[in-house]
Design a protein around this ligand. Structure first.
Ligand code: CU
Length: 175
């Protein structure tokens, strides 16, 4: 269009000239040497960064496997549901819509004892088998817990009124 001022066009032309000069410079042996040095520096930096990353992942390995525990009305899902004994990290997430607690007990395989109300687990009877008793978490809450687990079967459940019978329980196997 006529509205484009002439100086703008010549600036574009000058930029094209500069690029051509830059290309010519790259073709010279010294320029190629410079690019080579740059690539070498980049490669060294990449190796340094990668090695520091790998030491980070070995720290994570020491902290033990991660089990994702997701609670929602009225289900508990585990991934994975089987882990090696030792230090275990638990990423607990409440997807709501209600608040949920999380209790983890070593199980002997039988049914968990109910209170006389008929719909909550008798936690007092399970006192010695209890590994973890997390207070109710609001919907949307996410946090990480660290546990040390011996081999065996564990039952995870939410003991808020009616939630266990509603389906909020899952089994974790530690080998
Ligand atoms: Cu619950």
């Amino acid at each position: 269009m006529d509205a484009i001022p002439q100086p703008g066009v010549s600036r574009i032309a000058r930029n094209a000239d500069k690029q051509e000069m830059r290309l010519r410079r790259l073709r010279s042996p010294m320029a190629r040497f410079g690019v080579g040095l740059g690539l070498l520096a980049f490669a060294v930096l990449t190796v340094v960064l990668l090695s520091s990353c790998s030491s980070g992942s070995s720290d994570r390995a020491k902290a033990g496997p991660l089990v994702r525990v997701t609670e929602r009305d009225f289900r508990i899902t585990l991934a994975p549901a089987r882990v090696r004994a030792g230090d275990v990290r638990v990423l607990l997430r409440n997807k709501g819509p209600d608040a949920h607690e999380l209790i983890l007990v070593r199980s002997s395989g039988g049914r968990l004892p109910l209170r006389s109300d008929g719909f909550t687990i008798n936690e007092e009877l399970l006192d010695r088998a209890t590994v973890l008793a997390e207070e109710p978490q609001l919907p949307g809450a996410v946090h990480t817990l660290r546990l040390h687990l011996r081999p065996g079967r564990y039952e995870l459940f939410c003991n808020m009124a009616g939630h266990y019978l509603g389906g909020m329980h899952a089994e974790l196997v530690v080998t």
